[in-house]
Each structure stands twice: as structure tokens, then as C-alpha cells.
Design a protein around this ligand. Structure first.
Ligand SMILES: [Zn+2]
Length: 312
């Protein structure tokens, strides 16, 4: 497909999603993260942010004119912000080769449905480039669900307020998102609402939780170890590599939603400041941003057991 045909195809996807009443926002071409928007830390304080930084979720839109204008610029992937769209997306991932043997997310979800008396109805379902499956449900009126990460079941995340799912047709370096079942989204079954609320981080209060502002013991230890390594690296002894490795590792924890992005960035910058090397400050900042984003694009898989052991 020519690059303009590819762009036009993604524009049609964005318009199609919006036509369903789902709020979309552009994601950097070829990636699942980050949104094509500045970060809070680099907010220019202009335009929509004149009265304070606004997040992509707030800007996500169903307005076809805005969508046509934005998608005319580049082949952006299409994020559907779940909560704002009245959706809850259940993301069933596959086991990574380096993870202990066990059922994939899809089997885990079916097992949970069995345990809870189900059903697990057919609904609008997409596929991810890594062979995962995402089930899109509508949310019962008045019910406001947050995202969950590996709490409902192993390899099962959910995307509610604060979270998004990529629409089919979006692409990553390793493949495209596809449509597996075009059944219109059905209401999220009661047992799944219940599982989300019991095991989720927050729900129904109107509060949204996407990441922890203050890291737990596991993430805090990772931050202090990485930052100590940065600070201890002498001049001309591979600082670039140490910094990019550290920022990538912390980015993976941000992607796994156990570490706040702003906190990670601030700690990395503080560690770099100990080098007292203003001549490389701009370059170092660039390394932090690039590597953090790359890590966030490849979230670390954190099993509850490993998390407990490392935290102990
Ligand atoms: Zn801003």
C-alpha cells in the first residue's frame, strides 16, 4: 500500500470509530504508544493547554472535521479512549517466551468466566500483532471503571477510564491490529464488572487511575538502582549507554503502570544532573525521552509473584 493509501485507510478507521460514538486520538505512526501530543513535563501552556495541561483523553474526539484535519497530516494509529467512549476493553495477552508455562490470557479469561458462572458472550473483538485478543464491551450506565493490570487474571488487562485500545487497522513494527469478531459490542457481563471492581485499582468513584504517582517498593527499588548506576558512571565511560538502558528499563515499568512517567523522568534527570555536564544536557534529555518512550512501548510483564518477591 502506498504511504498515502495507508494514511487514508487509517483516516477511514478513525472516522469509522468516531461514527460509532467512540472518542479517538492519534498515536505516533507505527506504534501503540505514545499519543501524538506533548507530555505534561514539556507543556507549552498554549492552545488547549492555556489554562493548564490537558491530556489526550480529554482531547479525544468524535468530531469528523477534527479527525479529517488531524489524520490528513500523517498515518497516525487510532486510539479509542475506552472510558470516554462508554467502553471497557478486556485485553487478553499471550505468554511471552521467557515467562513461566501457563495458559494465555484468553484461556485465563474463559477459566474465570467458568469460575464465576459466566457467560463470556460474543462481542466486538480485535486481534493484536502479538496474537493477543481484545474484547470490547459497553459499560452499564452509571458505572465508571478504571483500568486494571494483571489483576483480574494473569495476562488479562482491562482498559477503562484513562486507557485506550488501538482500533483494527492500526499498525506496529511487528504487525497490524485486526478485527476478529464484528459483533456489535455487548454489555460487559456482571461478573466481569464485579471482578474489575473487586480486583481493580479503583472504580465507580469518578477517579481515574492509570499509574501510581508514588511508586511501590518494587518500582522504587528499580528507580534507585538505575539512578545510582547512572550517577556512578564516570565521564567517557559509556554514560550514553547506561542512561539509555536505565531510561528504557524504567519506561518498561511506566508501561506496566507500576511507575509514574513524570516521577521516572524527574529521577532520571536528577541522576544525570550529578554528572555536572551542562554541555551534554540537551543530548542527555533526548536520550531520556527516547528511551523512556521505547520502554513504555514494551511494558515489562510483572507477575504478582515476582513483584512480591522483589519487593520483599
Ligand atoms: Zn499541555
Amino acid at each position: 500500500m502506498s504511504s498515502d493509501a495507508h494514511r487514508a485507510a487509517l483516516e477511514r478507521v478513525a472516522l469509522d470509530m468516531a461514527g460509532r460514538g467512540w472518542a479517538v486520538f492519534p498515536i505516533q505512526p507505527g506504534r501503540k504508544f505514545p499519543p501524538a501530543w506533548h507530555r505534561k513535563a514539556t507543556c507549552p501552556g498554549r492552545g488547549p493547554c492555556a489554562a493548564g495541561h490537558v491530556f489526550p483523553e480529554h482531547l479525544a474526539t468524535t468530531d469528523p472535521e477534527v479527525i479529517a484535519r488531524v489524520w490528513a497530516r500523517a498515518p497516525y494509529n487510532v486510539a479509542v479512549y475506552a472510558g470516554k467512549s462508554g467502553l471497557h476493553v478486556v485485553d487478553c495477552d499471550v505468554r511471552k517466551p521467557d515467562e513461566p508455562a501457563g495458559p494465555d490470557g484468553w484461556a485465563q479469561l474463559q477459566a474465570l468466566a467458568g469460575e464465576r458462572g459466566g457467560p463470556l458472550p460474543d462481542t466486538w473483538t480485535t486481534t493484536t500483532p502479538s496474537d493477543g485478543r481484545q474484547l470490547w464491551f459497553t459499560v452499564p450506565p452509571g458505572c465508571r471503571l478504571a483500568c486494571t493490570v494483571k489483576t483480574i487474571a494473569p495476562h488479562v488487562d482491562t482498559r477503562g477510564w484513562g486507557g485506550y485500545a488501538l482500533a483494527p487497522g492500526s499498525v506496529r513494527a511487528d504487525g497490524a491490529y485486526g478485527l476478529f469478531d464484528d459483533t456489535d459490542p455487548v454489555p460487559l457481563p456482571g461478573w466481569l464488572v464485579q471482578a474489575n471492581v473487586e480486583r481493580g485499582s479503583a472504580a465507580t468513584s469518578g477517579r481515574t487511575v492509570t499509574a501510581v504517582a508514588v511508586p511501590g517498593a518494587f518500582a522504587a527499588k528499580a528507580v534507585s538502582e538505575e539512578c545510582a548506576r547512572i550517577a556512578a558512571t564516570p565521564y567517557k565511560q559509556g554514560r550514553n549507554k547506561v542512561l539509555s538502558t536505565a531510561a528504557y528499563a524504567l519506561g518498561q515499568l511506566v508501561g506496566a503502570r507500576v511507575l509514574d512517567e513524570g516521577y521516572a523522568r524527574a529521577q532520571l534527570r536528577a541522576a544525570v544532573a550529578t554528572w555536572n555536564a551542562p554541555e551534554s544536557a540537551v543530548k542527555d534529555d533526548g536520550v531520556i525521552e527516547t528511551s523512556l518512550a521505547a520502554g513504555m512501548d514494551n511494558p515489562r510483564r510483572i507477575t504478582p509473584r515476582r513483584r512480591t518477591r522483589r519487593a520483599a
